[in-house]
Design a protein around this ligand. Structure first.
Ligand code: BGC
Length: 384
């Protein structure tokens, strides 16, 4: 099943449902029941917004996007009258589990979780389920448990496809350019379910060119298949680890050659890779390689303006927050929760009903139109 709604229609529908639910439901806060799967009917988790506590668990404050995601979702829910509890876990799995346990103890009705390790939350979610709490996986899927009701994210495979296609277009590979071009691929954190989707999306585009020799990988770090992506994964998405990995590759394999393309799955890795390239003497506008990214983090958008990053895949996290707020409104109203993908995200126990939002390529030429005109950044903070 695949139902496609426009964003505006979805937000309007959600708001209408929420108002209807607010009028119709009792104000019993602990009347919660858990949602059934498949986007089917749910029982109301709280009844009214003001009686509903939403726990929001974010992975870390160390990456810009999660600060924006948390603050944005909290503000949206509070505007609509929900009680919220927002916690950041410093990228530590045990800390996140403790925070979730605290939210459950506080009487949370709904949990919105951007997990650190998507496979580590089974036991705590067992406790949540026993108390009828509805669980929404936020941005990252939660694996190995039946106790996750919904998943809201961007189309993660499409993120990788956009990065791969950008490289193909920029090198002119579909126009007959045969290179060979030197490519260095990177992948995200092995404990993050999204990372394999990002890599698969990109590698499905690029692997044929690697196999034909148009793209060569001097370091040899070219997974033979998508399943081998963890061999080039950067733990915890850390910039510093990406930087030292790039230093190693440049020092060991590039004494007599230049790298033409670096596939970076996101902006935190791209930041470290750019530092490594800079230290190795690459010059923007001259021999700087194509370097991809994701998130449109401020430092990376500045790097794009400075010629040190070629593109980023922008996921307007404001729209993700809006979609989750719509879902929460529907859950509280006891209505069917709108999803648009019931096939892709199998967590090992079940296919989690998902709402996927579209990611978008931003290049230096479109920063103004995409990021400034939409109000995502002020021109001044970008130095424009
Ligand atoms: C998110 C990316 C982010 C990465 C590192 C992924 O799960 O989808 O947007 O760059 O985590 O935080």
């Amino acid at each position: 099943m695949s139902i496609r709604f426009t964003r505006a229609a979805a937000v309007l529908a959600g708001t209408a449902l929420m108002l209807a639910g607010t009028a119709a439901c009792s104000s019993e806060r602990d009347s919660g029941g858990s949602a059934t799967t498949g986007g089917a009917e749910t029982t109301a988790a709280g009844g009214e917004a003001g009686d509903t506590l939403v726990g929001i668990a974010m992975p870390t404050r160390s990456l810009e996007r999660w600060n924006n995601d948390g603050a944005n979702l909290e503000a949206l829910l509070q505007e609509q009258g929900f009680e919220t509890s927002l916690q950041y876990a410093d990228n530590k799995v045990d800390q996140q589990i403790t925070q979730l346990q605290n939210m459950i103890n506080q009487g949370a009705d709904i949990l919105v979780i951007a997990s650190i390790d998507g496979t580590a939350l089974g036991p705590v979610l067992e406790t949540a389920a026993a108390q009828g709490i509805t669980v929404i996986a936020y941005d990252r899927l939660i694996n190995g448990t039946e106790n996750v009701d919904y998943y809201a994210t961007f189309d993660n495979y499409e993120v990788g496809q956009l990065q791969g296609q950008y490289i193909i277009d920029t090198l002119g590979l579909e126009d007959g350019q045969t290179g060979p071009f030197n490519l260095e691929p990177f992948a995200g954190s092995p404990d993050d379910n999204n990372a394999k989707f990002f890599f698969s999306g990109a590698w499905d585009k690029l692997l044929p060119y690697v196999e034909s020799g148009v793209l060569t990988v001097p370091s040899g770090k070219a997974p033979a298949s998508n399943d081998e992506w963890t061999t080039i994964g950067i733990q915890s998405w850390e910039s510093a680890r990406a930087q030292s990995e790039m230093d190693n590759r440049l020092n060991s394999f590039y004494a007599d050659k230049k790298v033409d393309v670096v596939l970076s799955p996101n902006d935190s890795l791209a930041l470290g890779i750019a530092q490594s390239l800079d230290a190795a003497g690459y010059t923007p506008g001259e021999d700087w390689p194509i370097l991809t990214g994701q998130d449109a983090d401020l430092a990376n958008v500045k790097n794009m303006i400075a010629g040190m990053q070629s593109m980023t895949v922008w996921k307007d996290t404001r729209t993700l927050g809006e979609q989750v707020a719509v879902m929460i409104g529907q859950i509280v109203a006891g209505e069917e929760v709108e999803v648009n993908d019931t096939e892709t995200y199998d967590n090992g126990v079940k296919v989690v009903p998902s709402y996927l939002l579209p990611p978008q390529v931003v290049t230096p030429d479109t920063i103004e139109a995409d990021l400034v005109e939409s109000g995502f950044y002020d021109a001044a903070e970008l130095g424009l």
